[in-house]
Design a protein around this ligand. Structure first.
Ligand code: ATP
Ligand code: MG
Length: 413
């Protein structure tokens, strides 16, 4: 048999040249499946835009990502290959992904050689691994060996050549997968993705993004259902500092790693808030402020094609998040307000915040406009007459208009 292992030319110690990414819920879509897959490929392309020229294509329930023919150094060292793998797993719609080596050969010697090179590269990333087993799939029935034999030959060759490894079929440190198809693949290890649906398949929402823990997580959760995001932040300079604003910009960037491009609208909220403090009872400030925020957010949403508002509220967490307070704030807008954290406890939200890499930024101690002017004893069960009284001396329509026109800043994230 003539070995053709070097058809795919290797440079240096290159042991991976492709990422296998597995799709999840997308594959359950019926007639619309093509649309979801196209969006997913586009989103991958955008998320990987800094990694040089890549070929992204799909076959069955997998997406393959590889360097274009002319070469792309991203796969040449294990560290940068890990970075690209990490980025792939942050794209919603991907269930898991593996760094693999794709090669083209029609004999077992070629498969053995390529598997060995792959394992050597893999062990550089995981030097602690001591045991393995081989699993094989043979889609190409012209290949002259069946799966169990392929496992024996490849496993034996690796044992001979990598003295630090032994076989453990019950609980191996890693499984080496060998797939013989039109092209052949070897890979081990699987990095879990964030699942969900590709962003862009469920419309667009306006996220009310504060500098806290909750709202970035709320944005992440809606994006995981395929929703594209824009965000709005209410800034009361100088009562809230430039650092507080920078923190929100940083959080928007973190959310956008998952949700893609977004515009962040920074509303100049100082005058509006001072006006409320002066002309409205202290114990109702939180509610009146929230009502105005939502109306401004709705105006922005309508202008930018967003079909809903999104907040990080969770039932009963603070005074403004009781059922009565939620009802009274809902009344002022027509667009639906999505509150993905409504039934979550704080610990679960903090865990998610850590998982998406937002927590360390969220807990930086900069003030928020809600905390600067907060009442000592806010009303937790507001009634209609309370809100009527509280807003009697306020020009709400004027405030909302000011919010969307006076000093509005748009930051592209
Ligand atoms: P977070 O952790 O998101 O700040 P929170 O638990 O502090 O939430 P609140 O301060 O009552 O709760 O805010 C509830 C929601 O209102 C926030 O999750 C966010 O969606 C929105 N919100 C609050 N303050 C602002 C702000 N300054 N700009 C934009 N949205 C805000
Ligand atoms: Mg907050």
């Amino acid at each position: 048999m003539r070995s053709t292992i070097f058809i795919w030319s290797r440079r240096g110690n290159m042991s991976t040249n492709v990422i296998l990414a597995r799709m999840g819920e997308v594959t359950l879509k019926g007639l619309n499946r093509g649309k979801f897959e196209a969006q997913l490929k586009n989103n991958l392309k955008y998320r990987l835009r800094d990694f040089g020229k890549l070929k992204i294509y799909q076959s069955q329930s997998r997406i393959y990502i590889e360097a274009k023919e002319e070469g792309n150094p991203v796969f040449e060292n294990e560290k940068s290959a890990e970075q690209i793998l990490h980025a792939v797993t942050q794209v919603f719609g991907i269930v898991s992904a593996s760094l693999a080596y794709k090669f083209n050969c029609d004999d077992i010697e070629g498969v053995q050689e390529n598997a060995l090179t792959y394992v050597r590269g893999f062990l550089q990333l995981h030097p602690e691994y001591k045991t393995f087993k081989v699993e094989s799939k043979r889609g190409n029935k012209r290949f002259p060996m069946k799966s169990p034999e392929i496992c024996d030959y490849v496993g034996g060759y690796i044992l001979e050549n990598v003295p630090s490894l032994t076989v453990n079929v019950k609980e191996p440190d890693f499984i080496l997968h060998v797939e013989i198809r039109d092209d052949n693949y070897v890979y081990a290890g699987k990095t879990m993705g964030h699942r969900g649906l590709p962003v862009g398949t469920s419309g667009k929402g306006m996220l009310l993004l504060s500098g806290g823990i909750d709202s970035p997580v709320a944005g992440y959760m809606m994006a995981s259902r395929g929703m594209q995001l824009d965000a709005v932040y209410f800034h009361s300079f100088p009562y809230t500092s430039d650092q507080a604003k920078q923190k929100v910009i940083d959080l928007a960037r973190i959310v956008s790693r998952f949700s893609g491009k977004m515009n962040l609208y920074v509303v100049n909220f100082t005058k509006i808030q001072l006006d409320m403090v002066k002309n409205s009872p202290e114990d109702m400030i939180t509610i009146t402020m929230r009502r105005v925020m939502l109306q401004i957010a709705e105006q922005l949403a309508l202008k930018t094609g967003c079909g809903c508002l999104i907040t990080g509220e969770s039932l009963g967490q603070v005074a403004s998040q009781t059922l009565e307070a939620i009802n009274i704030t809902n009344e002022v807008v027509k667009l639906p307000i999505l509150r993905p954290l409504i039934g979550m406890d704080k610990e679960a939200t903090c865990d998610l915040s850590r998982k998406i890499g937002a927590f360390e930024t969220s807990i930086l101690p900069y003030e928020d406009c809600c905390t600067v002017f907060v009442a000592k004893h806010p009303k937790t069960h507001p009634k209609h007459e309370d809100i009527e009284k509280a807003e009697a001396n306020l020009d709400i329509a004027g405030m909302v208009n000011d919010g969307v026109t006076q000093g509005l800043e748009v930051i592209e994230i």
